[in-house]
Each structure stands twice: as C-alpha cells, then as structure tokens.
Design a protein around this ligand. Structure first.
Ligand code: DC
Length: 227
C-alpha cells in the first residue's frame, strides 16, 4: 500500500497531538491539528466581537472571509497555525480561547466549513489528523483510526503540567472541572460529537509512556503500509 491517512481521536489530555505529531514525522506525513483550527475560528470571533451563541448570518459571512492554514515556522521549523496569514499559535492557547472553543465547536456552520477544509487537506493521503470527529465524520475512510482514552485524574495532571510548562497557572481542580465540562460539550453536541468510530482501535493511555503510545501507532501504521 502507498500512503495512508491516519485519524487520531479522543479526549483532551490523552497525548493525541504529541503522538500524531511524532507519527507524522516518522513517516514524513503531514500533521494536521484540527483543534487548532477550531481555536483559530474562536480567536477570530473573539477579536472581531462576533457573537457565537448560535449560528447567525453575520457569523456565516465572517467564516467565508476566514483563511486558516498551517505554515512552517521560521525559527524552529515547527508548523504553526495561521489566521488570515498571521501566525496565531500562541494566542489560540489563551484562557479566553480555551473557555470559548467548545461552544464554538458546536456550531454547524463552523463545523461544515472546517470539515470541508480538512477533507481537502487529506485528499492526497499521507496525513495524520487529530481531533474529535476525524474517524467518524472527516475521514471515515482513513486506513488507520485510533481512539485514545485515559482516566480523568491522569488527564488533568497531564494538562496541568502542559500548562505549567507554558507558564500558565491553574489548580488541578480547575483543570479537571474544565476537562469535565469540555468532555460534556464535545460528546453531547448534535453535529460531529466526540465518538469512537466503530472500526477505530481504542488505546487507553493512562499508564502508557508517551514513547510507548507512539510506538503502538507507528507499528499499526507500518503493518498497514507494508500490507
Ligand atoms: O484538541 P483541542 O483541545 O485543541 O480542541 C479544542 C476544542 O475544539 C475542543 O473543545 C474540541 C474541539 N474540536 C472539535 O470539536 N473537533 C475537532 N476535530 C477538534 C477539536
């Protein structure tokens, strides 16, 4: 088999993006962080003061003018997300965006626009895409689908450590509360809810080291590519 597409879905704090990034690097594939795209749309609505409680004409119109892309960062070679040509990697991780992104991700017009773009990005194969609805909605034909889980306490500890590395402060309780709320919004929305695809391979990452979790996905992909 030639190039394949790899879909990695699951809850926040399961190591999805670290795994997806490294798997993409190993195979020379394109890594697409779909969460960053929802975050970029959210940042745009906040900056432009566009209300996002529900789908409106103004909101749909503003989506048409929106260009989200990934470019290689100059200094470190890292891929960063851009919003109308501006690098926004840092801004999309702010507490304001964190608080607003789950409600924004429930909007049908937002999901339709982003899903269409994600599908175009994967047309030529050779992508590793992580998100919530990749195996179910965006790439239902992906050759490899992985669904990651982990227990809540471990997810909260990982998320807190990640935030602390970035110089943000919060308590473990706050992080946990935020994760519980996001899980609820992400899993219960009508459009593209967080759900395991019937043919996805579930990996419980609670007690896995990140290197081991990467190896599991790399091995699964190797088997498929060489089949
Ligand atoms: O993975 P993340 O924390 O960057 O995701 C941010 C939000 O976007 C999260 O609330 C879930 C949502 N999201 C989504 O609904 N669908 C995706 N494919 C990716 C993320």
């Amino acid at each position: 088999m030639g190039k394949i597409n790899i879909a990695i879905d699951g809850f926040a704090g399961c190591g999805k993006s670290t795994t997806a990034k490294e798997v993409a690097r190993r195979f020379g594939y394109l890594y697409i962080d779909t969460g960053a795209m929802y975050r970029a749309v959210t940042l745009h609505f906040l900056k432009e003061q566009i209300p996002f409680e529900k789908d409106t004409e103004a909101l749909t119109k503003s989506l048409q003018k929106l260009e989200i892309d990934f470019v290689n960062g100059q200094a470190n070679g890292k891929r960063t997300v851009t919003l109308n040509g501006q690098a926004v990697e840092k801004e999309i991780r702010s507490p304001e965006v964190n608080a607003a992104v789950s409600p924004v991700a429930t909007l049908v017009s937002v999901r339709h626009a982003l899903v269409a773009q994600q599908q175009r990005m994967a047309l030529r194969k050779g992508v590793v895409m992580d998100g919530r609805d990749i195996g179910t909605v965006v790439l239902p034909d992906a050759e490899l689908k992985v669904f990651m889980t982990a227990n809540m306490d471990i997810r909260a500890e990982r998320r807190l450590a990640e935030m602390q590395r970035k110089g943000m402060t919060a308590t473990l309780e706050e992080v946990k509360e935020n994760l519980i709320l996001r899980d609820k919004i992400d899993s219960t929305r009508a459009e593209g809810p967080l759900r395991k695809a019937y043919d996805a391979i579930e990996i419980d990452t609670s007690y896995l080291k990140i290197e081991d979790q990467i190896e599991i996905v790399v091995d699964l992909a190797k088997k498929l590519i060489s089949a």
